[in-house]
Design a protein around this ligand. Structure first.
Ligand code: DAH
Length: 347
């Protein structure tokens, strides 16, 4: 019996090591340790050996079983490794040049955003940032927007459930709700609360509204906000800056005009129209591009600036609309579809 066991191990060692596939492995396993396997057969013979030899033989059988199991495990590991190599394919030399078609390009919204920031940096503005998840205070209350204002309606604004927590977005009042900012004007408040005037910031970013998507609407889009706070700032400064920006971006033939409007955070307030008929595809004589005005004294008082000392202007505009004008794009949805045929045109 002892010889038979040693012979079995001697036979199994090269045989199991040579296995290449799972079916081969399963067959070999059955041949040795299956119900009708060779080792199983030897184990069954235990009953026929004299009683006094059984403990020694039992020990030997167990050792053999252990050795066969080690051989089986090694064979399976080898097969699995071969399978993995086959799946991975030939080795990749990561030092070779990329097989990609070439470097990527900037998205048209990125191009317009960066160009606007460049134009504004030239006249002293710095880029400020704010969170896309906002609270009612920064998005509405501090901007002098009353609780019953239609923009605050659930139909227009995405609110988070009361139980939501955003540890990185500070709340002014513990029981105000979180929401997705509906405009970048909230950055005005965060900036003013952080520092003292004078202030000159531009803040581009993503905003959200519960709009149904069509050629000119999208539930998320981008705005660019500017805030200027200093002494003796006038509407004339505001108009001059807007004229400068649009002439720089769209060409010197661009004209701007103000129409009286109402925003809670500015007084007086205006809507800004652009005339840019020199641009291809621009048919309408005037195109609405954003809102602006002189910062309302209530807003200054709320952030702790003395309205008797400080004055300022603010404006906000849609980046998509600017990009559509500049590049002659007639459907806002192109910006978000990531169709390379569209994107490649801005390389
Ligand atoms: N927040 C306004 C909007 O989303 C745009 C706007 C109007 C921004 C007047 C301003 C402003 O800073 O003074 O329609």
């Amino acid at each position: 019996m002892q010889d038979q066991l040693s012979a079995l191990v001697a036979k199994a060692t090269p045989e199991l090591a040579a296995l290449q596939t799972r079916p081969e492995f399963e067959a070999a396993k059955a041949r040795y340790v299956g119900p009708n396997g060779e080792l199983t057969a030897l184990m069954k013979q235990m009953g026929t050996v004299p009683k006094e030899q059984r403990p020694a033989l039992g020990k030997l059988i167990n050792e053999t079983k252990g050795r066969v199991q080690v051989l089986l495990d090694a064979a399976l590991a080898q097969i699995e490794a071969a399978e993995l190599t086959a799946q991975l394919g030939p080795a990749v030399d990561s030092t070779l040049p990329s097989p990609d078609i070439g470097p990527g390009t900037y998205h048209p919204l990125t191009l317009v955003r960066e160009e606007m920031c460049r134009i504004l940096r030239k006249v002293g503005f710095t880029v400020a940032d704010g969170p896309e998840v906002e609270t009612e205070y920064y998005c509405f209350d501090a901007l002098n927007t009353p609780a019953d204002h239609p923009a605050r309606d659930e139909k227009d604004t995405f609110y988070f459930p009361a139980s939501s927590r955003f540890a990185n977005v500070s709340k002014k009042n513990p029981d105000e709700k979180y929401l997705l900012r509906t405009h970048t004007s909230s950055v005005q408040i965060r900036t003013m609360l952080k520092g003292k005037p004078p202030i000159r910031i531009v803040s581009p970013g993503r905003v959200y509204r519960r709009d149904t998507t069509d050629a000119t609407h999208s539930a998320n889009f981008h705005q660019l906000e500017c805030l200027y706070v200093d002494k003796n700032v006038t509407v004339r400064d505001l108009k001059a800056l807007l004229d400068y920006i649009f002439a720089s971006l769209l060409g010197k033939d661009t004209k701007t005009r103000f129409r009286p409007h109402y925003f809670g955070y500015t007084e007086p307030s205006f809507e800004v129209d652009l005339s840019a008929t020199h641009l291809p595809k621009v048919k309408k004589p005037w195109i609405e591009i954003g809102g602006c005005g002189m910062v309302d004294p209530t807003v200054f008082a709320d952030v702790g600036y003395d309205p008797e000392v400080w004055s300022g202007y603010a404006f906000g505009m849609g980046l998509e609309r600017l990009a559509m004008l500049l590049y002659g794009i007639d459907d806002i949805r192109y910006f978000y579809q990531n169709d390379l045929r569209f994107l490649k045109q801005f390389a």
